[in-house]
Design a protein around this ligand. Structure first.
Ligand SMILES: [Mn+2]
Length: 245
């Protein structure tokens, strides 16, 4: 029987954004645990969830988030799920072990599918991120953020979002340039290189009119306002397909 691998990233689940969980649950419900395989390239959950929501759940209950419940159901029905850590959810390994029965796979996730060598990175460690972003990804920051009173945390988060929105185009351009350079230096190691972390999905087909020939590469895209995933079939005649909905 052939299998299909579905790769997605940056769903950024949190209780106060339930529409992301609903879209993820609809996507997961359409998958067949006996022949589909799911791979998530990091930031399945948002830092807000990691810091303020995950630890308040009773440990003997199913997860409160519908998206996580759908993934737990997929795994419980025998579906194969692989997760790599993103900068937002890197501290949630124990939580994912408990609710999804799944631990992080080391980065990059590497598989040969339909004769193609595929590498998947979250992407935040490619190149050199600014020091303040690295500090914000520390365990200490997460723990400090957890004990902030709600209105203060909301205010801080809104300020961060506004700041990110203002600099997003510029930031994404910088990260894309780092990804592109990375693809060029790893051209001989993979046929398809996938990244998450930035939120606009894009697929670049392979090129053999350059030297060295460039493999295909893609940014999987975030689920903040839309859904996106890459479909990979075992059949070498089926090219990889990036779907945005
Ligand atoms: Mn990220």
């Amino acid at each position: 029987m052939t299998t299909t691998t579905w790769i997605l990233s940056d769903v950024h689940l949190r209780w106060d954004r339930p529409e992301r969980a609903e879209r993820l649950a609809r996507f997961v419900e359409r998958r067949d645990p006996s022949r589909d395989r799911l791979v998530i390239g990091g930031d399945l959950c948002d830092f807000w969830f990691a810091s303020r929501q995950s630890h308040t759940e009773p440990p003997d209950q199913p997860p409160r988030c519908l998206g996580l419940r759908s993934l737990a159901g997929f795994v419980a029905s025998g579906g194969r799920l692989s997760l790599i850590a993103g900068n937002h959810d890197q501290w949630l390994n124990h939580y994912y072990q408990r609710v999804l029965n799944t631990s992080f796979t080391p980065e990059p996730w590497v598989e040969t599918i339909g004769g193609r060598v595929v590498h998947l990175y979250h992407g935040h460690r490619i190149g050199r991120p600014p020091f303040w972003k690295v500090a914000m990804e520390s365990r200490r920051f997460l723990d400090a953020f957890r004990v902030l009173p709600e209105p203060f945390a909301v205010g801080l988060s809104q300020r961060l979002d506004r700041n990110n929105d203002r600099t997003r185009l510029e930031d994404d351009r910088r990260v894309l340039a780092r990804y592109q350079a990375y693809v060029q230096t790893h051209a001989r190691q993979a046929h398809l290189i996938l990244f998450g972390h930035i939120h606009t999905p894009v697929f670049h087909p392979a090129r053999d009119d350059v030297f060295p020939p460039r493999p295909s590469w893609a940014v999987l895209g975030g689920w903040q306002t839309q859904s996106s995933w890459l479909r990979l079939d075992d059949d070498p005649d089926h090219p990889p397909c990036l779907v945005v909905e």
